[in-house]
Write a protein that binds this ligand. Structure first.
Ligand SMILES: [Zn+2]
Ligand SMILES: [Zn+2]
Length: 156
């Protein structure tokens, strides 16, 4: 990943690249954090490109869980494109696994605890069931949860 990181730092001089615990993108400080402990190639390169894609697409906030899932899909599309430029072929199965993690998480959050009907989000923290009128709250989400499937499944 070091080689790719060096190229990206040169080509995207408006962004800060800093070591961190997990791969993530901070829109406020325009910083891409990369996990130094993650030496799994080429996965770490793909994660880096994914975060760069969020930065390139200027993803900052989102107002619903569904929108978050859409942003994640858009970031992978962009990562594929960036990957071509840097000689990285991102495995489509990896992308599907990552997006499935988000879809499973969304499904879990949006299922009514009383009758399991898939329901609509009312605001950032609240869902309401259109079938039985139950409401429930969910935790605030963050862009870019870690991607290892089922190991780091985002908390509901
Ligand atoms: Zn219900
Ligand atoms: Zn992401």
């Amino acid at each position: 990943m070091d080689q790719l990181l060096g190229k990206l730092q040169k080509d995207f001089s408006g962004l800060v690249f800093a070591p961190g615990d997990v791969f993530s993108w901070s829109p406020t400080s325009k910083t891409i954090f990369y996990a130094t402990a993650d030496e799994n190639e080429p996965l770490s390169c793909w994660s880096l490109l994914h975060e760069l894609a969020h930065a390139a697409l200027e993803h900052t906030t989102y107002s619903s869980d569904l929108e978050l899932v859409r942003l994640e899909a858009a970031a992978w599309d962009k990562a594929l494109e960036l990957g071509k430029r840097y000689g990285q072929t991102i495995d489509p199965d990896h992308i599907q696994d990552c997006l499935d993690t988000y879809r499973d998480w969304l499904h879990h959050r949006s299922a009514c605890p009383a009758c399991t009907t898939t329901s609509f989000q009312v605001d950032e923290r609240k869902y309401r069931c259109h079938n039985c009128d139950t409401t429930w709250t969910v935790s605030k989400t963050k862009l870019c949860r870690p991607y290892r499937r089922l190991v780091h499944l985002p908390q509901v």
